[in-house]
Design a protein around this ligand. Sequence first.
Ligand SMILES: [Zn+2]
Ligand SMILES: [Zn+2]
Length: 259
Amino acid sequence: MRIHFLGTGSASVTAERDNTSILVEAGANLILLDCGGNPAGKILRLGYDPCALDAIFLTHLHIDHCYGLPALLFHLFLQKRMRPLPVFFPEEEMDLLNQQLLSHGIGEDVRTYQLEKSAVGIVQETMIWETEHAAVYSGIARHSRATRAYRIIEKRTGRRMVFSGDTHPVNEMIALSRNVDVLIHEATYLESHAALATEYGHSTARQAGQIAENARAASLALVHFECPPGSSIQQYRNEAASEFRGTIYTPDDMTGIVL
Ligand SMILES: [Zn+2]
Ligand SMILES: [Zn+2]
């Protein structure tokens, strides 16, 4: 399993960090988790073909997690993609997703391929997509919009990863991430801004470390950094390490890990 961090920033982008979006190669499957920025351009830069995407999973429809979707879908049309493309998203957001796509001229049928809109209910550890190479499970998260977390299993190797999306720390994330090879958990804030994390449905790096420790995850990758002025990424790492004894990653944009 290969995980590529297309972006690692929060809604407030910086010169170094675009909005959080992750490409996962699981066996022969190529999966996109969230869709900020310009995913097609970044996927091409990594040497993959965007037309090879097998499925897209949106954690939620805050703009930093979904605004790149219409452009990606249009790119696939221009490249004459033929096979259907499933896009998973929280079921509460069907209207918003439809509005977003229609406002960009993207209909049910993107003329060359079928867009399979797949609404995900509020379900915990339920398999929502499966191929001969991989399986994806939905998990419950808690944020200021309807949101879902996802667990991906690569069948050949048994490697497992979880992506939390944006969330306040929740026990369901511990269950979803039990013994995973890597938990990719948002760490929007440092403990100095813990009140903001609670107010906006986000987590601190320390809270992400607690979730990973309680889940007995082998490793923790922090993403969705707010990076307020004067802070350093080392502070995020140190806070997580105060709770979590496994390997900690604080990835830069366009870097990756191999499990
Ligand atoms: Zn976000
Ligand atoms: Zn959000």
